[in-house]
Write a protein that binds this ligand. Structure first.
Ligand code: NAD
Length: 450
């Protein structure tokens, strides 16, 4: 039996982030605010770069740089102390040309419309690249969930769902977990939506608990996908993964899962971090021990082991290693630290961790970057499998999930790799070329209404 304090810590870990007052990273330094508010500019800049290389029709480029719809909602919540608090939430559809919108929902104190628009745009590219019949969407609530009780969190989730109910649904837009949201939050969304429709509608969200229509393998899908892609890349490069040294930023769902998988394969993880900072040990960290610690106490900072050194997230990114896996948030690798990175491969677990300026610097340095829309595509793939299983009310085994996942990811990786060689462009540009040309073709075929 876990002690009461450990139980509370475990619940908190599973649901939420850290209070912004606790950590410097949320403090609005000039640069961070600038970078944060520019996420959508960064996404549009990426479209311009690729459009130029592809010779894309100007009208299509103009079209792709706009989101289809953005909904901003006020979410009034009766707090436990009787006061009323009003939060702001967003749901954005970047494109539903190829199918219903798909994308996560994040709860964080710094969430803003620009960030959500960028994340929705990246979801469009990801679904198109993986050739899933889905579009790109994203949502968020500007809230520090650590400051909410479980009841307040549930009321917030349900009221947000009610506010966006007209633009979500299995045929319209299907939310999923992202930073600081989890299966329980998906269950509340599914229940609120179903109560409004008068019947159970499991297909309105993915990443739900298995008991109400979730899929086996969804929780570990993004990390599993990162592994399949890394394995495929190592094969191409003739690189021995087992003798590689890996650094991971972020120890949540994505970072924790890939750390666990690599550790089990005998790969040396020399550093790993969460929002407060990281642990570093040249001879490798014991990931199993750290996962147990995280599930009980949440942060790595207090973990004590003589040969483990506590370091900042900034220092972690510049450690000498073979493979760096940013798996926390966007805009971590920028023009100001790109020159100091000491890795051969960057495998983007997070969405948008590298700015276009940093991308250019790293390409010149010869660092191989596996872009987010390819590297972390495992999550949306298994979300798609969950959606199909819900529609058919027929559920697959974990073996089948992982087999189908591997097939989609490795095929996509091969296509991106060959195109990058053929056109002599980076993996990111090649991935974008495939994603954008597939979407452009769909736009052309459907035509512009009216
Ligand atoms: P999570 O909330 O489970 O974990 C996030 C981790 O990052 C935590 O360890 C947290 O402490 C750390 N972190 C947060 N802010 C940080 C900061 N400013 N500096 C350093 N570390 C910080 O979230 P997750 O689901 O693992 O998502 C991580 C990233 O992966 C996000 O960019 C998300 O959009 C992306 N992603 C997630 C999935 C998925 O299936 N969960 C799929 C594709 C992409």
């Amino acid at each position: 039996m876990l002690k009461k304090k450990e139980k509370e810590a475990e619940f908190v870990y599973k649901k939420v982030p850290v209070s912004p007052d606790e950590i410097d990273i949320f403090k609005p330094t000039k640069e961070r605010v600038l970078v944060k508010s520019n996420s959508f500019e960064m996404a549009k800049n990426q479209i311009d770069i690729v459009a130029e290389k592809m010779g894309l029709n100007e009208n299509i480029t103009k079209y792709l740089k706009k989101v289809e719809r953005s909904l901003i909602v006020s979410i009034p919540i009766k707090m436990d102390d009787g006061n009323l608090e009003i939060f702001e939430g967003y749901r954005v559809h970047h494109s539903t040309v190829r199918g219903p919108g798909k994308g996560g929902l994040r709860f964080a104190p710094n969430v803003n419309l620009n960030e959500i628009k960028a994340l929705a745009t990246w979801m469009t590219w990801k679904c198109s690249l993986l050739n899933l019949p889905l579009g790109g969407a994203k949502g968020g609530i500007c809230v520090d969930p650590t400051k909410l009780s479980k009841g307040e969190l549930e009321r917030l989730t349900r009221r947000y769902t009610a506010e966006i109910i007209n633009i979500i649904g299995p045929d319209i837009d299907i939310p999923a977990p992202d930073i600081n949201t989890n299966a329980q939050i998906m269950a509340w969304i599914m229940d609120t939506y179903s109560m409004n429709k008068g019947r159970a509608v499991p297909g309105v969200v993915t990443g739900k608990p298995i008991e109400i229509g979730g899929s086996v393998g969804r929780e570990s899908a993004t990390g599993m996908g990162l592994f399949y892609i890394l394995e495929a890349l190592c094969k191409k490069l003739n690189l021995n993964l087992k003798s590689s040294r890996v650094v991971i930023q972020g120890f949540g769902n994505v970072g924790g899962t890939i750390a666990d998988i690599l550790y089990e394969k005998g790969v040396k993880i020399i550093a790993i971090s969460d929002i407060k900072g990281g642990l570093h040990a040249k001879e490798g960290l014991n990931v199993k021990e750290l996962l147990k610690w995280r599930n009980k106490f949440r942060f790595l900072k207090e973990f004590n082991k003589n040969n483990y050194k506590f370091i900042s997230n900034e220092d972690l990114l510049t450690l000498d290693c073979d493979i760096l896996i940013p798996a926390a948030i966007e805009n971590q690798i920028t023009h100001s630290n790109a020159n100091n990175l000491n890795c051969k491969i960057i495998l983007e677990g997070a969405n948008g961790p590298t700015t276009p300026e940093a991308d250019e610097i790293l390409n010149e340095k010869g660092v191989i970057i596996v872009p987010d829309i390819l590297a972390n595509g495992g999550g949306v793939c298994v979300s798609y499998f969950e959606y199909i299983q819900d529609i058919h009310s027929y559920f697959w085994t974990l073996d089948r999930i992982n087999q189908e996942l591997k097939k989609i990811l490795v095929t996509t990786f091969d296509n991106v790799y060959y195109l990058s060689k053929e056109k002599n462009v980076s993996l990111r540009i090649a991935a974008y070329m495939i994603a954008i040309s597939r979407l452009a073709k769909a736009i052309e075929l459907r035509g512009i209404f009216p």
